[in-house]
Design a protein around this ligand. Structure first.
Ligand SMILES: C[S@@+](CC[C@H](N)C(=O)[O-])C[C@H]1O[C@@H](n2cnc3c(N)ncnc32)[C@H](O)[C@@H]1O
Length: 271
């Protein structure tokens, strides 16, 4: 059976913000990369965790060399915008394994990676692994999906959906997922999110009629059905605590879109 990410690769085009980065995120990523290149006065060597096409295709400083590491060959095939000799290359690999060139990257960047590695131990180990990839004075840039300090009640998410107060299916899916998670350590199983959705007060057809959201976007929930994969949504404070042995926060940017407060772009330096 295909893993969650292998299966997801085929439906990637139906995912939208905030699950994927959008204009304001890309602008922030570009500004951080530009700042790092200016600080160093030379071209950057950058490592991308995953194959996020919006990051691969952003306006990188001149002569950047970008290596993407992604475990799923399907994601590389379907989602990576392609290798470009002398600029970018994608390699199949695990973020927890030693990176292609340890200690050599000026910049390590990723989108939403922490929710996939477990909490807090997985985040700690992943942090240590990112730290090993970076030069001692390098910059880690990550858009993070974080749970609010006070978890939102599931009933409020449904009520907002029914009242038309949610701007997209992806915002709804993220709010529902976070509201269902009992604790970041336990995380939330994708199958549990689908179960809650299927027992919810509205059918997918009613949601489509009420909101006008594309059927294909609503159908992305079906990728969660029966999946053992778990997301772990920590609060921002808890995430920073899990990383404190390896990274200190240098800057924080809250994007201006709906749910942006739960998708901050954090930039860190190794401690
Ligand atoms: C970067 S994350 C989050 C998705 C994100 N919002 C985006 O725009 O790409 C998802 C990707 O990480 C990959 N991934 C998750 N854990 C990994 C690991 N330990 N090593 C390598 N790739 C991993 C998955 O296969 C998937 O392609």
């Amino acid at each position: 059976m295909l893993t969650f990410w292998e299966r997801t690769a085929r439906d990637w085009k139906h995912f939208g913000p905030p699950l994927r980065p959008s204009g304001p995120d890309v602008a922030r990523f570009e500004a951080l990369a530009r700042g790092e290149a200016e600080r160093r006065g030379r071209a950057l060597s950058a490592l991308l965790c995953g194959v996020t096409p919006e990051i691969a295709g952003m306006a990188w400083p001149a002569d950047t060399r970008l290596t993407a590491v992604e475990q799923s060959i399907e994601m590389i095939r379907e989602v990576w915008p392609g290798d470009r000799p002398g600029f970018r290359v994608a390699r199949q690999g695990n973020w927890q394994a030693p990176p292609p060139e340890p200690g050599s990257y000026d910049l390590v960047i990723g989108d939403g990676c922490f929710i996939s590695v477990g909490f807090p131990e997985g985040c700690r180990e992943f942090g240590a692994s990112l730290r090993r990839a970076l030069r001692p004075d390098g910059l880690l840039v990550m858009r993070c999906f974080v749970q609010p300090e006070t978890r939102e009640p599931v009933e409020r998410v449904w009520a907002d959906l029914e009242a038309g107060r949610i701007g997209s299916f992806h915002v709804f899916k993220w709010r529902l997922s976070m509201a269902l998670q009992p604790a970041p350590e336990a995380g939330i199983g994708l199958a549990e999110i689908w179960d809650a959705w299927s027992r919810g007060p509205l059918t997918p057809e009613q949601v489509r009629k009420n909101t006008g959201w594309p059927e294909a976007a609503i159908a992305t929930m079906d990728l969660y059905r029966g999946r053992e994969h778990r997301f772990h949504f920590a609060t921002e404070a808890a995430l920073l605590r899990a990383l404190q042995a390896t990274f200190r926060l240098e800057s924080r940017h809250v994007p201006p879109y709906e749910l942006g407060e739960r998708c901050p772009i954090l930039a860190f330096r190794p401690v």
